[in-house]
Ligand binder design. Structure first.
Ligand code: FA5
Ligand code: MG
Length: 426
């Protein structure tokens, strides 16, 4: 139950250092990781036997192992235990993410100190994987951290898998040729597969033919993967142009699932400089990064992203003994009732919604289901802006009492006014 002591511990002065997976990092005034997020760094759900994310990871790794055999390749090396704290260089600079990119702001990213962050994507490990030069491919799975809004499909910690594959550039025609048996069958609708265009250009250092070959190999590899994982030979797949500063050209892949297009991953032809700087000057390659929760939610029918973090036996018992080759469908146990409370306040100019979400999450933990902005207006004279949010509370494993919700809401109000510089209304 939340009390003043909990609030104090959250707003307490930062410790001088923190230890994550046996490594100690000094902290400084940049440190903005709340205790609830720090606690998640040890969970590594993708490594917990019988966890749906672990099942899915194993399923994809198996697929790529078989796929490598089919294409006569030495295959993919698996990396799944890399420390979540990386340098700002690894997470941003090495990937040519500009200094003023909003993703770098402390309102979007968790900093340990000025030079270290909790990785925001698995691409932070591209160079480290490539430097080992011990295989043509890598599959890097990890927990990633982003400050974000709150709803049933967003959580500040999620899991990504990065795939990397490189070819000997001098031998590309042969190495990138795929057996005809793998080409996407005619009954699969694939749209938007373009090589490159004025708005999604290739790199000057690559010939059009190289871009074509690497792009086609990437797309076929991913198409085979999702057809296999979803076990649906008729899956509809759509490619859209995308932009990432570390790939060119870049695409995102969507699949048609339950009556809507769902984004599964971003990908592209790797920037040659990344290969050149890691001792792979003679190679050319592609990379992709997709979200495991997105796939697991639809594949296993898991309706709420918080369930991955649930301790409830009724959740885990359904996956514990599942084999990775079969797809278990989650049977929802009864949903407990929810209740909502509204909060409205005047915002300072520096107000940032992610920080508000974080305070709510810090106070209410997984008892908060969604936070939705329901009203916003600017006072015509003072030009001050007021926002009103509706906070939906629901526990996954029991009914919340009125007193408990009232007390959480009161704590949210206190913390928000202390930490976000807002002036509460009503
Ligand atoms: C990236 O993170 C890039 N690093 C991907 C990449 C890798 C591009 C290699 C090129 C080469 P993006 O932010 O779009 O891109 O996230 C990739 C995937 O992670 C998304 O397609 C989605 O499946 C998943 N994802 C992103 N944000 C969330 C979230 N808040 N919750 C759950 N899944 C998410
Ligand atoms: Mg994207």
């Amino acid at each position: 139950m939340l009390n003043r002591a909990t609030i104090d511990s959250v707003s307490a002065k930062n410790p001088e250092s923190l230890t994550v997976l046996d490594r100690e990092y000094p902290t400084d005034s940049w440190m903005n990781i709340p205790p609830s997020i720090l606690a998640k760094t040890v969970c590594r759900l993708h490594l917990q036997p019988g966890h749906p994310l672990n099942l899915l990871k194993a399923r994809i790794e198996d697929h790529f192992e078989k796929f490598s055999k089919d294409i006569g390749s030495k295959g993919f090396r698996v990396k799944d235990s890399l420390n979540p704290i990386v340098t700002v260089e690894q997470n941003f600079d090495d990937l040519f993410i500009s200094k003023d990119h909003p993703g770098r702001r402390p309102t979007d990213t968790y900093y340990v100190n000025e030079g270290h962050v909790l990785r925001t994507h698995t691409s932070a490990h591209q160079r480290e994987a490539l430097r080992t030069r011990d295989a043509p491919g890598y599959l890097v799975t990890a927990d990633v951290y982003r400050k974000d809004e709150i709803d049933t499909s967003h959580y500040p910690v999620f899991h990504q898998m990065e795939g990397i594959y490189t070819f000997d550039r001098a031998n590309l025609e042969t190495e990138a040729a795929l057996p005809a048996s793998l080409s996407t069958p005619a009954n699969v609708e694939v749209t938007g597969a373009k090589v490159c265009s004025e708005t999604n250009p290739g790199q000057d250092v690559h010939t059009l033919r190289e871009t074509e070959l690497v792009g086609a190999h990437l797309r076929t590899s991913l198409e085979c993967m999702v057809r296999n994982i979803f076990d649906d030979p008729n899956l509809r797949i759509r490619w859209n142009d995308d932009y990432f500063p570390f790939t060119a050209p870049s695409w995102e892949m969507e699949v048609w699932y339950q009556d809507r297009w769902m984004e599964l991953c971003g990908c592209g032809v790797m920037k040659q400089e990344i290969l050149d700087k890691t001792g792979n000057e003679s190679r050319i390659g592609w990379a992709f990064g997709f979200g495991l929760e997105r796939i697991a939610m639809v594949l296993y029918g898991i309706p709420d992203i918080r369930l991955f973090w649930s301790m409830d036996e009724r959740f885990h018992s359904q996956f514990k003994n599942a084999s990775k080759s079969s797809v278990v469908k989650f049977q929802p146990y009864s949903k407990y009732p929810s209740c909502y409370k509204d909060i409205s306040f005047w915002c300072p100019e520096s107000y940032h919604e992610n920080e508000f979400s974080e305070v709510v999450r810090e106070v209410a933990g997984d008892r908060v289901e969604t936070v939705a902005l329901i009203d916003k207006f600017t006072h015509p004279k003072t030009k001050r802006t007021s926002r009103c949010y509706r906070i939906q509370y629901r526990a996954m494993d029991r009914t919340l009492t009125n007193e408990e919700v009232d007390s959480i809401q009161e704590s949210v109000r206190q913390m928000v006014s202390d930490k976000c510089g807002v002036e509460l209304r009503g």
